[in-house]
Design a protein around this ligand. Structure first.
Ligand SMILES: NC(=O)CC[C@H](N)C(=O)O
Length: 370
């Protein structure tokens, strides 16, 4: 045991329920956010650095977190983006030749507070039953009334705009300038592995801030457009929704992942809703309705696209279904060069079953270019 002096800590849920643990490291601290859980057995660094988790307290269901350390190249963004970590066993020492730091150091550098020694099985069972809710984690264990007041100030995830908090401030480029194709990507919380997947397919990407306009993107003369994953509720993303409408009007090739998929649905007049406790893991089964084949996918979302409205929409086709709970996995527009998925074909972490969707995007771009 590295620290003999670890402080007692608690998780106080918005409904008043308390779970107990100990602070990671030897410091006092606290953090607030919407509590969620990820069932991935591996990939904690990619999960913690995924900007989609901004504003969320992450409960990891795998019993050991930190045992293989961290390596800079595994980051999905510049640093950890979760609001705080809740886990069972936190490993202060690690074993992996490619690692360059412990998870403790890594989280410290990102300013992330976490607690371990929590009965995560009981906590996750509780959230699964009661649904997603706000929570506070803190070492201020004797000040429940004070913590309750802090917790009341935390905004509800429903209706919350967070994309602007994680988006790039200035446009930047990714990949080789000499690549054959150009894609303009809207960064509403983009993961690096999406950029790598595009660059690996002979694409030069220009990444734009969350409030970029169609005119700004069009000026670069891209062959295709991309809407990224990201945190928060899609409904307040007015700029992204109007950008999407302009792209659709011109019928440019358009691909959206997760938050980007939700924005495409909203641009088509289909509503999104907050799920009971969301999908977060790396083994979620999806059925491809075109091929009849199943795929095991990486997922991370708390909102979803309304199924009845999508089914009733004359111009939108459902292409994929999430089999666990019969929610929408993917859509395509019947008369436009546009498609999107609710899950993560870029994986990182997770299986690569769905990477064919990047090939499909490239096929659509090639088809439109000739
Ligand atoms: N990974 C994502 O893009 C998540 C989208 C959105 N924030 C949700 O929770 O549903």
């Amino acid at each position: 045991m590295k620290y003999q002096t670890r402080k007692k800590a608690i998780i106080l849920l918005a409904d008043g329920t308390i779970f107990h643990g100990k602070a990671i490291g030897d410091k006092d601290g606290s953090a607030t956010g919407e509590i969620c859980f990820n069932t991935g057995m591996t990939g904690y660094q990619e999960i913690f650095t995924d900007p989609s988790y901004f504003g969320q307290l992450m409960v990891t269901t795998n019993v050991h977190i930190g045992n293989y350390g961290t390596a800079k190249e595994d980051n999905e963004s510049d640093k950890a983006k979760i609001a705080g970590l809740i886990c069972k066993n936190f490993n202060y020492t690690y074993s992996r030749p490619a690692a360059d730091a412990s998870l403790e150091t890594f989280l410290e550098e990102s300013g992330i507070f976490g607690i371990s020694d929590v009965d995560t099985r009981a906590l996750v069972t509780y959230i699964r039953e009661k649904g997603a809710m706000n929570a506070i984690i803190s070492t201020d264990v004797d000040n429940i009334e004070g913590l309750k007041k802090e917790l009341e100030k935390v905004p509800d995830m429903n209706g919350l705009e967070l994309a602007s908090k994680v988006s790039t401030k200035e446009p930047y480029y990714f990949g080789s300038e000499n690549a054959t194709y150009r894609v303009a990507a809207l960064d509403i919380g983009i993961k690096k592995n999406i950029l790598r997947n595009l660059a690996d397919r002979d694409v030069y990407v220009k990444v734009y801030p969350y409030n970029a306009t169609y005119e700004e993107m069009k000026e670069w003369n891209p062959d295709g457009y991309f809407l990224s994953n990201g945190p928060g509720d899609p409904q307040p993303l007015k700029d992204a929704i109007s950008l999407t409408k302009s792209i659709l009007e011109k019928d440019h090739p358009l691909f959206g992942i997760c938050l980007g998929h939700q924005v495409i649905a909203i641009a088509n007049g289909i509503k999104t809703y907050k799920m009971h406790h969301g999908h977060r893991g790396i083994n979620h089964p999806v059925l491809n309705l075109k091929t009849g084949k199943g795929e095991i996918t990486s997922q991370n979302h708390g909102f979803s696209v309304d199924k009845a409205e999508t089914e009733a929409h004359p111009d939108v086709e459902i292409t994929h279904m999430c089999i666990n709970d019969d929610t929408i996995g993917g859509i395509a527009m019947k008369n436009k060069n546009c498609f999107s998925v609710q899950y993560h074909p870029e994986a990182s972490p997770g299986p690569h079953d769905a990477s064919y969707l990047f090939d499909e995007f490239l096929d659509r771009i090639k088809g439109a270019k000739v």
